[in-house]
Design a protein around this ligand. Structure first.
Ligand SMILES: Nc1nc2c(ncn2[C@@H]2O[C@H](COP(=O)(O)OP(=O)(O)O)[C@@H](O)[C@H]2O)c(=O)[nH]1
Ligand SMILES: *[C@@H]1O[C@H](CO)[C@@H](O)[C@H](O)[C@H]1NC(C)=O
Ligand SMILES: [Mg+2]
Length: 352
């Protein structure tokens, strides 16, 4: 009889042959957060560990009390919190801490947390991303978590290509994926609080879980050029302004184009008595329209007369204006009753 342990051994050997991950990689996967102070890194990391205060967060932390990087391992995932690069005084140290946080020789999921103030992604956030991704190999995928988004900004980011444009134009390589998180009242100015909001928790956990991890060899991490930050930021500010301006212009161009092209069509039919000239002020034309409720005067037509049918196709432009088409004759019909009258609500009334 084959012993269970033998089977298990066989299974592991087989698994190793098929998938080397199983036998070599028992080290935890790293989930590392980068970004400027106050963007919500520590809160997000604590949320992922499900331990309030696992990473100190709060208003007292915004000025950058997190001066060193800190890691906590839960369920074989190593979560790493890092200081921001924004503060001149501590930039050199922060840069070194960030470099260290990337040198654990493990598989990485790298994330940037960005909280747009007054609806704008700041040049500072973009510079931080740029400087950090410059220091790691190109095959290391990174994600961006847009945090604390007001409803208006959330909708704008969701329904436009503004973020994609910014990524494509201002970062050397765009993020593999990004996540939009709504602003949570319950977190406002709180210390060491993790949110109860289910959507927030689900979206965040799923995003992190599904994000691909990549092995980051320690020796491939370059020192962060902290002294280039100011220059990079200046350059970023200029380019950022240009990109936003171009984007606005392009939107306006598209809108112009949309406003002036047909986005919907509308058909109208009209019946005219023949001949048009008849007695009485209201009997010159019979006009009853297929679609539009329009006041049409009552008209009397005699039995045996011909009624001409016309059709036109109107273009409804993006801005709502209507460009009327040409009336086209589509055929005749005989008046079979003694009198036909057209009332205001477009119904034909037959008076025999
Ligand atoms: N209003 C609001 N506050 C948040 C949100 N996320 C985090 N905060 C608060 O923002 C402050 C800074 O968060 P923290 O995680 O310390 O940011 P860090 O500096 O990037 O680590 C804390 O008081 C959090 O409670 C959010 O979605 N909405
Ligand atoms: C397009 O039409 C809308 C609605 O009339 C208007 O508000 C907008 O300013 C127009 N856009 C342009 C670029 O003309
Ligand atoms: Mg923090």
């Amino acid at each position: 009889m084959i012993k269970f342990t033998n089977l298990l051994h066989l299974y592991i050997v087989m698994a190793c042959l098929i998938n080397t991950v199983l036998c070599t990689d028992t080290k935890p996967i790293v989930v590392a957060m980068y970004g400027n102070p106050g963007s919500g890194k520590s809160t997000i990391l604590s949320t992922l560990t499900k331990i309030p205060g696992a990473f100190q967060s709060g208003i007292s932390q915004i000025t950058g009390l997190t001066k060193t990087h800190k890691s906590i391992t839960v369920d074989n995932v190593m979560y790493i919190d890092t200081p921001g690069l924004a503060d001149v005084k501590d930039r050199e140290q922060a840069a070194q801490e960030i470099e260290q946080s990337l040198k654990t020789n493990q598989r990485y999921k790298v994330f940037f947390v960005v909280s747009p103030t007054s609806g704008r992604v700041s040049s500072m956030d973009l510079s931080t991303i740029k400087i950090i991704i410059q220091s790691i190999p190109e095959d290391i995928k990174f994600g961006i978590i847009y945090n604390k988004l007001t409803k208006r900004i959330y909708d704008q980011y969701l329904n436009s290509i503004i973020l994609d444009t910014i990524h494509e134009s201002l970062l050397d390589r765009p993020p593999h994926k990004y996540l939009l998180l709504r602003n949570l009242e319950e977190l406002e100015e709180q210390d060491n609080v993790i949110p109860k909001d289910q959507d927030f928790n689900n979206d965040l956990v799923q995003f992190i879980k599904e994000f691909p991890d990549t092995y980051l060899p320690e020796e491939q991490v370059q020192p962060l050029p902290a002294d280039e930050y100011e220059n990079l930021l200046k350059e970023m500010e200029e380019n950022h302004k240009k990109v936003l301006q171009d984007y606005q212009n392009q939107i306006k161009e598209f809108q112009d184009l949309y406003n002036n092209s047909c986005v919907k069509y509308d058909t109208e039919t009209e019946e005219r008595s023949s001949p048009f000239e008849r007695e009485g002020p209201s009997s010159k034309r019979i006009k009853w329209r297929g679609l539009k409720t329009r006041k049409v005067k009552e008209t009397i037509v005699e039995k045996g007369e011909t009624i001409e049918k016309y059709l036109r196709i109107n273009c409804i432009k993006g801005n709502g204006q209507i460009e009327y088409g040409q009336w086209t004759f589509v055929g005749n019909r005989e008046v079979v009753t003694n009198r036909e009258t057209k009332s205001e609500n477009k119904k034909l009334i037959f008076n025999l």
